[in-house]
Design a protein. Structure first.
Length: 412
């Protein structure tokens, strides 16, 4: 944040300052999420934003700000239900970021020959390199979230081997002589292996930004594998590997939470805005981790043990959602309903097989958690002025088809 405010105070024409496009999109999002009295100004800032983006690209001026502002513009479009425009922006800016080489930052040595990026140039220091890494992974995750909402493939596949950019460190570790400079390589490939590599416990990557990125990728991967399974594709091996990876990730997230933020009831104020940003990211991360496992266990839902594991994860997710919406609803990211709805669908369907098995306690537990999650959605909806309904688009996020239910009952 210190770097941001230092850049903000510089004139907009200063190459070290923030490009007007980035300021315009932040003002636009402020109008969206601020008091209703600010909403009439959205149209003004949206026009200014488009003009600023055009000027940035035409003059090749601070193109990293152009990429970040374009990604946030897509977020605004999604929040305003202009999903086609949002997806078009995402696809275009993701391809532009790839053309610039942001997907191939595989070292923290900012003097490395391969880091003289097309159009963006060479990062002047480790902090600038960190900005590039964070910009890439933020855009990558936004693109995957947009794809999940629209039920279409993301611009880049979740297993695209061309993506070699290193995981993000915390911003503090890019400053001065931070740990990022000494952290060995760890990237996308670490999410494809059954056995965690020697970099699994690297402190530099145990931060909310890296965990958030990984959990989002695993949730998207779970969605794609579950979808392929429903279409009749054999994805057992890929799903088994993904469950192993997602389970290890969930353990890392739980450890991080115990160390950094066990309760989420820390006071928030303008002076403690970093707490709110961090906690919001961690809530999103935990929810995505739950959602990934829920989706992946669907592939093996015909097996009673996997079905029970899926149910248990859904219950944890429901209780977590209920607590968060009760304690700090302002910390909930708008996209967090995606994994929460996966949990909702499991709990809505789950009593059927357990009633068949005569497990009344499990049925009662599911109904209790389902009621709590429903209440969480109501609180969430009031906060964002949304009306959640159990329509087919939501059901597809976590639906358990009746064939699996029949297999479970017959197996018992």
């Amino acid at each position: 944040m210190r770097k941001f405010w230092s850049a903000y105070k510089l004139p907009s024409s200063d190459p070290e300052g923030l490009h007007p496009a980035l300021i315009d999109v932040l003002c636009l999002l402020g109008c969206l999420h601020g008091p209703t009295s600010l909403q009439p100004y959205e149209v003004i800032f949206y026009k200014r934003l488009n003009r600023s983006l055009h000027d940035s690209l035409a003059n090749k001026d601070r193109l990293l700000d152009f990429i970040r502002a374009s990604g946030l513009a897509a977020v605004y479009c999604f929040a305003r239900s202009r999903v086609i425009e949002g997806q078009n922006r995402l696809a275009a800016i993701t391809q532009f970021a790839v053309a610039c080489g942001l997907h191939k930052i595989d070292t923290h040595d900012f003097n490395a020959p391969n880091l003289n990026l097309f159009l963006l140039g060479r990062p002047r220091d480790l902090t600038a390199l960190g900005d590039m890494i964070h910009a890439w992974w933020s855009l990558f995750c936004i693109d995957q979230l947009g794809a999940m909402v629209l039920e279409i493939p993301a611009t880049l596949r979740c297993d695209d081997e061309s993506v070699t950019t290193i995981w993000p460190c915390s911003f503090e570790e890019y400053e001065g002589s931070g740990n990022a400079a000494f952290a060995p390589y760890s990237g996308f490939s670490s999410l494809r292996s059954l056995t965690p590599g020697p970099d699994a416990a690297i402190g530099a990557y145990r931060n909310v930004y890296a965990l958030r990125t990984k959990s989002c990728i695993m949730f998207y991967r779970g969605m794609r594998l579950a979808s392929a399974f429903r279409e009749g594709t054999d994805v057992n091996h890929d799903a088994y590997v993904a469950i192993t990876v997602a389970s290890c990730l969930a353990e890392d997230i739980a450890l991080y939470r115990r160390q950094k933020c066990p309760s989420f009831d820390r006071p928030s104020s303008p002076a403690k805005s970093d707490n709110l940003v961090h906690d919001s990211s961690l809530i999103f991360t935990i929810s995505m981790s739950y959602g990934a496992l829920i989706q992946l266990f669907h592939v093996f839902a015909g097996d009673f043990r996997s079905h029970r594991k899926r149910f248990d994860v859904a219950r944890k997710c429901a209780r977590f959602a209920a607590k968060i919406c009760r304690v700090t609803p302002s910390s909930v990211n708008l996209a967090t309903w995606l994994p929460w709805y996966s949990a909702y669908e499991v709990l809505a369907w789950h009593p059927i097989p357990f009633e068949m098995l005569g497990d009344g306690a499990a049925v009662a537990a599911a109904r209790t958690d389902l009621d709590a999650l429903t209440d969480a959605f109501k609180r969430f909806g009031r906060h964002y002025s949304l009306d959640f309904k159990n329509d087919r688009a939501f059901q597809r996020l976590g639906a358990l088809d009746t064939q699996c239910l029949s297999q479970i009952s017959q197996a018992q």
